[in-house]
Unconditional design. Structure first.
Length: 161
């Protein structure tokens, strides 16, 4: 699949299965195989200080890295259960404009090891980071660990993918 088709597929997954992303207005802004950018309007994610709500920022950061895992498994033709297993976030400054979150793919050898672990054992883990920008400056830094797991035969997840 080309990058545009994959971007549309990720947006469709968000719309069909993750209602929080709909409420936030989260959409894929760009994917080129090396980086994924998600965007959400500030207006749908305001706190009482008229800046982006911390929970929205956390969700954007988590989902940008989650989206990178999703896209890389789609590129490899892998159908799996995918989860975040660990996350750490640093809020560096308020976000006062459109929420833009970016995740860069790690080196290909790291992706290959992640996918090979899945093929060999039915599970793979990868660490990814994402950043959120405000007016072109880094406002949030996130580091997370993600796991992909072989689907059980009768898994409800099969119906989602």
């Amino acid at each position: 699949m080309d990058h545009n088709t994959l971007s549309k597929k990720l947006n469709q997954f968000f719309e069909s299965h993750l209602s929080l992303t709909q409420h936030m207005g989260m959409k894929v802004k760009h994917y080129d195989g090396q980086s994924l950018t998600l965007a959400a309007p500030l207006e749908l994610n305001l706190n009482d200080k008229l800046t982006a709500f911390g929970g929205s920022l956390y969700n954007m950061a988590v989902m940008t890295a989650w989206g990178m895992v999703y896209l890389k498994t789609q590129e490899a033709g892998i159908v799996c259960n995918q989860v975040v297993t660990q996350g750490n976030i640093n809020y560096l400054m308020p976000v006062t404009d459109e929420i833009i979150s970016i995740c860069h793919a790690p080196e290909q050898k790291i992706i290959d090891q992640f996918l090979n672990d899945f093929y060999d054992t039915g599970k793979g883990k990868i660490k990814l980071s994402s950043t959120i920008l405000s007016h072109g400056k880094t406002a949030v830094e996130f580091q997370g660990q993600y796991a992909i797991l072989k689907l059980e035969k009768d898994s409800k997840v099969n119906n989602l993918l």
